[in-house]
Design a protein around this ligand. Structure first.
Ligand SMILES: NC(=O)c1ccc[n+]([C@@H]2O[C@H](COP(=O)([O-])OP(=O)(O)OC[C@H]3O[C@@H](n4cnc5c(N)ncnc54)[C@H](O)[C@@H]3O)[C@@H](O)[C@H]2O)c1
Length: 332
């Protein structure tokens, strides 16, 4: 039977100064989950500062921090309670899961501080925790009530975090919004287009039921295998995953001959080139089998490209991906 779920989703992001946002939020009913790089930056009534990264998303960390969050929530009625995430994608994924489970679900507000979170992870309602070595295996859909885009906060990021976001932006450009490529150097100005491209998928397939949202996984299958093997940020892994997806699309003859070099050039011009990171052959398949996109009979939904702006989703055998990985010389 299909699951019955309320769908009330609309793009809810707004660009604002942080001082305005903090003045607008009811401080006495907000619990701020904040990246510790911002410790003592603002005077927040109820805040928990967290070390960002994959360890925050560990289910064991969730169990450790939840009693502190429950203590902070004492005296606030469930209907008034807001979980406010101030940080990158790891803080957002963690805070989202907290908001979706605390008292069976409370309001979530996202204030992304990395470009990756601003363009991608803060939108779309996916929350996630990791379990041991396996990423994002626990999670829920919990849409943020509001996402505030604060330019000054985002502009503070070091260059390497900007590169992380470019992988997701190029993914959007390849899938649906090629015109983004025309002004890709000005990330703040392309933010609305890139975010809107994501909502075009999210609004039509909010819970990943119809398969439409699967296209957003372009570059992500290989990225997840790589992330399990190497200490690589999500954004950089997706960048490498885009190289893999384009190469495989070309090898299968899906990508028009003239499109393959064009896409490779765009990728190399706007994102650092293929890093040449190797994955032990015996781990490749094991890592692949943990992918959430895995279907029955070791088949997985892989997102290929046929052209700029045109994806093709197909079931492929995990062994077939392994064969191409050997051919592409990314195994050791
Ligand atoms: N839910 C989704 O739809 C979705 C989509 C994409 C990625 N993700 C998840 O997002 C996470 C990656 O997010 P991320 O790249 O934002 O990483 P992150 O949250 O781990 O932050 C990366 C680093 O940047 C630092 N940082 C954050 N903001 C800063 C700022 N303004 N100035 C200086 N340093 C700052 C953090 O302390 C951290 O060291 C992964 O866990 C990934 O799985 C989720």
């Amino acid at each position: 039977l299909p699951m019955k779920r309320a769908i009330e989703i609309a793009p809810v992001y707004e660009a604002k100064e942080l001082a305005e946002v903090l003045a607008e939020l009811p401080q006495d009913s907000c619990i701020f989950l904040v990246d510790e790089v911002f410790r003592s930056r603002w005077n927040l009534q109820k805040a928990l500062y967290c070390k960002a990264g994959e360890s925050l998303k560990q289910v064991t960390t969730f169990a450790e921090l939840m009693p502190k969050i429950i203590e902070l929530s004492a005296g606030i009625g469930k209907k008034d309670l807001n979980i406010v995430a101030i940080g990158g994608g790891s803080i957002g994924d963690f805070a989202g899961f907290v908001a979706s489970t605390l008292k069976r679900g409370v309001r979530l507000i996202q204030i992304p501080t990395t470009w990756l979170a601003a363009v991608d992870s803060a939108h779309g309602g996916k929350t996630a925790l990791n379990c041991g070595a396996y990423k994002n295996q626990i999670g829920s859909f919990h849409q943020a009530e509001k996402i505030y885009l604060v330019k000054d906060l985002l502009a503070e990021q070091p260059q390497n975090l900007l590169e992380d976001a470019y992988a997701e932006i190029l993914k959007m450009a390849f899938l649906k919004e090629p015109q983004i490529l025309e002004q890709v150097d000005d990330i703040w100005s392309i933010l609305p287009q890139a975010i809107q491209a994501k909502y075009n998928y999210v609004l039509r397939d909010p819970f990943e039921d119809s398969g439409l949202r699967t296209e957003l996984n372009l570059g992500h299958t290989y990225a997840h295998v790589l992330e399990l093997e190497h200490q690589l940020s999500h954004g950089k892994a997706v960048g490498q995953g885009l190289h893999f997806a384009i190469a495989w699309s070309a090898a299968k003859g899906y990508l028009k001959n003239e499109s393959a070099p064009q896409l490779q050039t765009i990728l190399n011009d706007n994102y650092h080139p293929w890093m040449g990171l190797k994955i032990p052959a015996q781990n490749f398949l094991a890592n692949l089998l943990q992918d959430k996109k895995m279907q029955k009979d070791k088949q997985l939904r892989f997102v290929f490209l046929e052209d700029l702006g045109k994806a093709r989703v197909e079931n492929v055998a995990a062994e077939e991906m392994l064969e191409f990985a050997k051919e592409w010389q990314c195994l050791c």
